[in-house]
Design a protein around this ligand. Structure first.
Ligand code: SF4
Length: 368
């Protein structure tokens, strides 16, 4: 796959540290992304010896480890903070650590760098891209803008720094409706890159002057409406937690509108909101919840509400890029001080404005 970005992820500026485990790390060619083989760092189990070495290296670097909700369980468990992309970036902006290790995909590490330009930001594998972010390049956005010169650009947080730099306001799945509703009603809007979230915003705001880019995340798009309907029918008492990026989101609203699924069972939630709703489901004594998003989220949900039976709508909905952040990759990252993420200052300044305008709207909640 191609990481579409204007940033450099290079050998970096940090000196390497010795680690007795490093010699076991190797690049395995077998890991396959949606666009073909991408490989990943392997050779080390996420056991207690590894965890102790990660903690030692982290202290030596004065680093903080941030992990997205879709990461492997052992990566989530060793992290100082686990959450969604925006919440992690805001933690990154406030940390006293010298080094931020972002266990997520590339655009997320870029966002951390945009909000923390004076920190060193590392990602354990620079090839961990994102099919959604890749579905709208800066060149494509510039051309789209030229067709609608008076339009305002609203971009989902899952975009490269270069795309954010051409954006008026960013949004998350929590606040996309509020962001768009707060823009002048007579201004056309270019919304990208996620078509499912864009359709959700069109429905909720009732605006007919929103142009939606036809991008998608291959993982979320793979959670289909028919699959959701089948799983809902098999589990008539289960609540449904659905991420608005999912291919099934439109179907869920349709099925609820038609009375095929009880609307009270359908909850459209960002990943951050899912954790809140999980606690509420536990307090209300709910037995089972079907979850329509990437399967890594189940680890967090089960952690906050162990008495609720959380089951995936599609158990194959695993992001291959998130799963590139292996125990071996994290060890290599901390030991060698790589892969460093940098964003050109002029791009970062414009991108930061788009993110800060979103935060000013309120309820930024979470991205993915
Ligand atoms: S799950 Fe989809 S949107 Fe999220 S990082 Fe993976 S490819 Fe990108």
């Amino acid at each position: 796959m191609t990481v579409t970005t204007t940033t450099d992820t290079t050998g970096g500026t940090l000196a390497p540290l010795d680690s007795r485990l490093l010699s076991a790390v190797y690049r395995a060619p077998g890991h396959t992304g949606p666009d073909g083989p991408v490989g990943r760092w392997e050779g080390i189990d996420g056991d207690e010896e590894w965890a102790a070495e990660i903690r030692r290296l982290k202290t030596a670097r004065n680093a903080v480890i941030l992990a997205h909700n879709y990461e492997l369980p052992e990566i989530q468990d060793i992290a100082d903070h686990t959450g969604d992309s925006l919440a992690l970036s805001r933690i990154a902006a406030e940390t006293d650590a010298d080094v931020i290790v972002f266990c997520g995909v590339h655009f997320m590490a870029e966002t951390a760098k945009i909000l923390s330009p004076d920190k060193t930001v590392l990602i354990p594998d620079e090839a961990a891209g994102c099919s959604l972010a890749d579905s709208l390049t800066a060149e494509e956005l510039a051309e789209w803008k030229s067709e609608y010169p008076d339009a305002l650009v609203v971009s989902y947080i899952n975009t490269t720094a270069a795309v954010k730099g051409l954006t008026d306001v960013c949004c998350t799945s929590s606040n996309a409706v509020d962001v768009v509703a707060g823009l002048p009603a007579d201004r056309e809007i270019l919304f990208g890159p996620d078509q499912f979230l864009g359709a959700h915003v069109q429905r909720q705001t009732g605006r007919d002057n929103i142009h939606v880019w036809a991008g998608e995340c291959h993982v979320h798009a793979g959670i289909s409406g028919p699959e959701l309907a089948r799983r809902a029918e098999e589990n008539p008492d289960a609540d449904l937690f659905i991420h608005p990026e999912c291919g099934c989101a439109n179907s869920a609203i349709y099925l609820a509108g038609e009375g095929i699924i009880d609307p009270a069972r359908v909850h459209m939630l960002s990943t951050g909101e899912m954790l809140t709703s999980a606690r509420e489901a536990a307090a209300a004594g709910r037995g089972k919840v079907l979850v329509a998003t990437e399967v890594g989220m189940l680890h967090q949900l089960r952690g906050v509400a162990p008495d609720v039976d959380f089951a995936p709508v599609n158990e194959r909905a695993a992001c291959p890029y998130m799963k590139m952040i292996t125990p071996a990759a994290l060890l290599r990252c901390l030991a060698l001080g790589v892969d460093e993420v940098d964003v050109a200052p002029d791009v970062a300044d414009k991108a930061r404005q788009a993110v800060e305008r979103m935060i000013a709207v309120g309820n930024p909640g979470s991205g993915e």
